[in-house]
Design a protein around this ligand. Structure first.
Ligand code: ATP
Length: 309
């Protein structure tokens, strides 16, 4: 099988350690109509996100991810504790102008096409016509919708809708971008492309806070993650460090002879190593699928992997 093109593991965020988002004891309790305590959605969250990093907020449904994001956007007010974005209260207008937001569901005008949509949002930000025109062209190109820029959004697939939603979130060239479940409803190719767009944003120096309940979706893009469960922070750290199984050793190599394998086994046994396994590594289903699609595009009409059978 041809080697699969994958993104390298996220590099370290820029050495600039400026804190962009900070929460201290951030707590949100939703109350019912009568003001009685209803749901403790977020419990005393302490978090810091630094400039230039992709920070993943992970957790199952109902764990408090969207609540956290809305508190940071100033769309909700905390019950107690504090959230600071660029060192300011999130509800400040000056802060909002530096932020882009892709909500879990984008509510866009179905009868506008991509250009009209982005022009409309550019006007809301009072962008001068020439700047707006340039920005709309850049964004349509960036999210890969040039071919469909004149089609009304009601004709867009889920993947295309997610892309135009992202372009809309970037119209004001924000420094900080909030992406709420950006991969929801996307197929494996759409997910890979969304992840590549997120990596590109970081390469441009943006700070990205992204949520997902599909844990694997963020594994190869996020620099650091926080795992929430029932509103509580359960884990926080660099993805590579969190995923490392430090008590085991893995050696991968191509072209190892049977004799060399036997010698390696002998050494491991002499060392009294435990749980020894020698096997071919497996790929992921995502990689397998992407590979099949690439092969099919390169050689239409042929069954993938037919060379091997
Ligand atoms: N407006 C609201 N009123 C009452 N309870 C709410 C409200 N919004 C969210 N909740 C509750 O708060 C908890 C956290 O919800 P939240 O939407 O933040 O979770 P989430 O991790 O984003 O979930 P999902 O992955 O499903 O989007 C859940 O128990 C949810 O039912």
């Amino acid at each position: 099988m041809a080697s699969v093109e994958t993104q390298p593991q996220s590099t370290a965020p820029s050495s600039n350690n400026e804190v962009i988002i900070e929460t201290r004891n951030l707590t949100k309790i939703y109350r019912d109509f009568w003001g009685r305590q209803k749901v403790r959605a977020l419990k005393a969250l302490d978090l810091e996100v630094r400039r230039g990093e992709i920070f993943g907020l992970l957790g199952p449904n109902g764990s408090g991810k969207s609540t956290t994001m809305k508190l940071l956007l100033g769309l909700l007010f905390p019950t107690s504790g504090q959230a600071l974005v660029f060192g300011q209260d999130p509800s400040s207008i000056a802060t909002k102008e530096r932020i882009g937001y892709l909500p879990e569901e984008s509510y866009l005008y179905r009868f506008l096409d991509a250009r009209e949509t982005l022009n409309f949002y550019g006007q809301l930000f009072n962008m001068p016509a020439d700047v707006r025109h340039r920005r709309v062209n850049e964004l349509i190109e960036m999210v890969g919708l040039k071919w469909a820029e004149r089609r009304q959004l009601k004709e867009y697939s889920k993947g295309m809708t997610r892309r135009i939603g992202l372009a809309q979130a970037l119209i004001n060239d924000p420094e900080l971008i909030f992406l709420d479940e950006p991969t929801t409803g996307l197929d494996p190719i759409g997910i890979r492309e969304m992840k590549d767009l997120i990596l590109r944003l970081r390469d441009e120096g943006k700070t990205v806070l992204v949520t997902s309940h599909q844990l694997a979706d963020l594994q190869d893009v996020a620099d650091r993650i926080a795992i929430l469960h029932q509103g509580e922070l359960k884990e926080l750290g660099r993805v590579d460090a969190l995923l490392k199984v430090s008590e085991e050793t893995q050696i991968r190599a191509k072209g190892v002879s049977e004799q060399a394998k036997a010698e390696i086994m002998a050494i491991l046994e002499r060392e009294h190593a435990e749980n020894i396994s020698v096997e071919n590594p497996t790929t992921t289903l995502e990689e397998l699928f992407l590979n099949i699609v690439r092969e099919s595009e390169a050689r239409p009409g042929r069954r993938a992997g037919s060379d091997q059978s």
